[in-house]
Design a protein around this ligand. Structure first.
Ligand code: ADP
Ligand code: ZN
Length: 717
């Protein structure tokens, strides 16, 4: 073995030790070891790895192996804070510099860096390239530069950050410092842009498979979307997830609807005030089992690893978007679901939006192709995963066995003749009617709408009685998805023939279509995520989660920063009974063992009462209240008295976890009257009892308690 080999060998051994001692993991995954070796020995690398692949370790381990400060560039404060909190829990000295810190705080951080007390420094790109910052870093020993979310340098992507363009200068300014760029965006064009703009021509490239094997894909025909969504969610109670909708209005409506149905849901879209948006995002990260109903504005920066499902109520406009959005599920590697309901209306809407969008013809054509690829996945008859990966130039040799098409099987049928009839109905009625009318004609429905234009005399009137309404609708949807019929973009969703339907009409080709499955009661096997914890395990699982939540609250971090779900799950399965056994659980490093090992052992060995403490109840209460439920509804949901709900609400308001508006829906005048009553006297706020008579019979005393708590909170700050 040569000298270099020996060095590398020792290095890898050391890396292994750090992996176990600090992070608590037993083995590197995929390319991690090779990447770490290369960076630790001073080389540049470009890492292309899907979400959840484990990119962070690729620079965090070298940061600990090399001498000096590792500088990590990240585009969002939320992402940085999350990483710093995670490292902090692991006992790794890391800090983030950002504009919200006071000059003193910033100076303190600079001092600690100079003293060599910090291993990782997280920075926004605009901060890093300030001349003063660069000069400061020139005076330090730098272990490496990590450029996270490196695709932000690409002008073609939707996450473009102009500040990223300036990061190219690091190559010149710090020629001897290794640089590692990481992204989960794999397409070739973005990759080359990253290399060119960041001057990474010498970098070794590590390209991982972009498959997300833990995600189960399912796409269902949209019939009664809300009912279908509830059916999907019912099997996933208590899981955190995202429901994507196209419009802000729909986001609000669906969030309200879910709350009414007892699913704690929050809206998120660009039209909400930014502090409310930030508040909802924070709650989504910090609490368990919340559903975020969102437009695509809710995107990058969601690092929550235990998002158990992503549901689409509207069609994304490309496979790139679909992959990215569904990819937010299951970062932790545990089973997760990507579910979508899709119908003809989606196609019409997106085609119309496309047509009305700005941009030249060429751009529109590109977008049209992207939409077509998305539609093709919806109507796909083979394995969805194979089709999805093929679009990104990756070949999966076998059907995956983990998508709806693989599990349920797909029935196709020869639709040649009915398709001709359907097209003929479009043509003969003048190419301007929507699907509802066309189906009426085919089924021979003798109603006013059909009679008006005299369509009961058409030769196709009533020729389609052998198929059901649902089958005809499915057929029209597939004709449009395949481009055999076009949507009238200026009108009201009328259909017309497209050029490509000629061979079919002339009888030159056959048409095989997908048969929509009858919606059925979901089989147990149809849901991957709900299988996570079963029956008798459930109680202990909840106990472990409750302990984690309590610790998270004490440390002011999201629960997953204490331990990820996968670690809790392994505790549940491997049942460690001593600290030594606990240390063997994946995800339990030295620091966490010392801090939390004992407490979790106690819960596992049944020595500790699960802290299903009031904290749980409080959490749920806050979720439900801010999701818009009334105190009476909450009381029913939580199975406690209304009076109790009011006093917990008042408490939450007092601690500013909830605003008065979120808690209660009071008419403005009444609210003013109550506030005046409290503020009438001098000095201290009077107790509720003193003013209760004024409002007897008009509002429950609990309301007064809430208003008082809000006033008090206001005065304290
Ligand atoms: P990415 O940034 O690529 O989306 P992360 O770095 O957040 O992924 O890692 C995803 C999850 O996988 C994290 O919970 C992380 O702790 C875990 N993880 C990463 N590498 C390993 C490993 N070698 N063994 C076990 N878990 C790992
Ligand atoms: Zn499959």
């Amino acid at each position: 073995m040569g000298f270099r080999k020996t060095v590398e060998f020792c290095m890898l051994e050391q890396a292994q030790r750090i992996l176990k001692d600090v992070f608590g993991y037993d083995a590197f995954r995929g390319n991690q070891a090779a990447i770490i070796e290369r960076v630790a020995t001073g080389g540049d690398v470009l890492v292309l790895m899907p979400t959840g692949g484990g990119k962070s370790l690729c620079y965090q381990v070298p940061a600990l192996l090399r001498e000096g400060l590792a500088v990590v560039v990240s585009p969002l404060i939320a992402l940085m804070d999350d990483q710093v909190a995670t490292l902090d829990e692991l006992g790794v000295p890391a800090v983030a510099l950002n504009s919200t810190q006071s000059p003193e705080e910033q100076r303190d951080i600079a001092d600690r860096i100079t003293r060599g007390e910090i291993k990782l420094l997280y920075l926004a790109p605009e901060r890093l390239v300030q001349p003063r910052m660069l000069a400061f870093l020139q005076r330090q020993r730098i272990a490496l530069f990590a450029i996270d979310e490196a695709h932000c340098v690409s002008q073609w992507g939707h996450d473009f950050r102009p500040e990223y363009l300036q990061l190219g200068q690091l190559a010149e300014q710090f020629p001897h410092v290794p640089r590692i760029a990481l992204t989960a965006t794999a397409d070739r064009r973005t990759r080359e842009e990253i290399v060119n703009r960041l001057h990474l021509q010498q970098a070794e490239r590590f390209l991982s498979s972009f498959d997300r094997p833990n995600i189960f894909y399912r796409i269902v025909p949209k019939e009664q979307p809300r009912k279908q969504l509830i059916g999907f969610l019912a099997e996933r109670r208590g899981d955190a997830g995202i429901v994507y909708c196209l419009s802000r209005k729909k986001v609000e409506e669906v969030a309200a609807f879910l709350s009414e149905q007892g699913f704690p849901a929050l809206p998120y879209h660009a039209g909400l005030p930014s502090d409310l948006r930030a508040f909802h995002q924070k709650r989504f990260l910090n609490e368990e089992g919340l559903i975020m109903v969102a437009t695509i504005a809710f995107g990058m920066g969601i690092d929550k690893p235990n998002v158990r499902f992503v549901a689409h109520l509207d069609l994304p406009k490309s496979l790139e978007a679909y992959y990215q959005e569904t990819g937010r599920a299951g970062r932790d590697g545990l089973p997760a679901d990507a579910w979508m309901a899709y119908g003809l209306q989606d196609v019409l809407l997106l085609k119309q939006m496309l047509n009305n969008s700005e941009g030249d013809e060429r751009h529109k054509r590109v977008e049209q192709h992207k939409l077509d690829a998305m539609l093709a996945l919806c109507e796909e008859t083979r394995c969805r995963r194979q089709a999805l990966l093929a679009y990104f130039d990756e070949e999966l040799p076998q059907p995956c066995g983990h998508c709806d098409n693989c599990v349920d099987g797909v029935q196709t049928w020869n639709a040649t003749e009915p398709a001709r009839q359907a097209l003929s109905a479009i043509y003969r009625s003048g190419q301007r009617y929507g699907v509802g009318h066309l189906v009426d004609i085919l089924l021979g429905r003798d109603n006013e709408k059909v009679r008006g234009p005299g369509h009961q005399h058409l030769s196709v009137f009533g020729v389609g009685k052998s198929l059901s309404e649902g089958e005809w609708r499915s057929l029209y949807r597939q004709l449009v998805a395949r481009g055999l019929a076009d949507v009238d973009l200026d009108g009201f969703g009328g259909l017309r023939l497209s050029n490509s339907c000629r061979p079919l009409l002339r009888g030159e080709v056959e048409l095989q279509l997908r048969r929509d499955l009858k919606p059925q009661a979901p089989k147990a096997s149809s849901s991957a995520a709900s299988q996570l914890v079963r029956g008798e395990e459930r109680e202990q699982w909840e106990a472990l989660r409750a302990l984690r939540r309590k610790l998270a609250e004490e440390h002011s971090v999201p629960p997953y920063v204490i331990f990820p779900d996968a670690t809790l799950l392994e505790m549940l399965r491997s049942r460690p009974s001593t600290l030594a056994e606990m240390a063997r659980v994946s995800g339990v490093g030295a620091r966490k063992l010392e801090r939390y090992g004992e407490a979790f052992l106690e819960v596992l060995n049944g020595k500790a009462e699960a802290p299903r403490a009031v904290t749980d109840l409080r959490h749920e209460l806050i979720s439900l209240a801010s999701a818009g439920m009334t105190p009476a509804q909450i009381a029913r949901q939580l199975n406690c008295t209304e009076k109790n709900v009011y006093s917990l609400l008042a408490e939450a308001i007092g601690r500013q976890q909830l605003s008065l508006e979120q808690a209660l829906d009071l008419p403005e005048e009444l609210l003013g009257e109550i506030q005046d009553a409290f503020l009438d006297g001098e000095g201290e706020l009077p107790p509720v009892a003193e003013i209760a008579d004024l409002f007897a019979g008009r509002v429950p005393d609990g309301v007064l308690h809430c208003v008082r708590a809000a006033l008090q909170a206001e005065f304290e700050v």
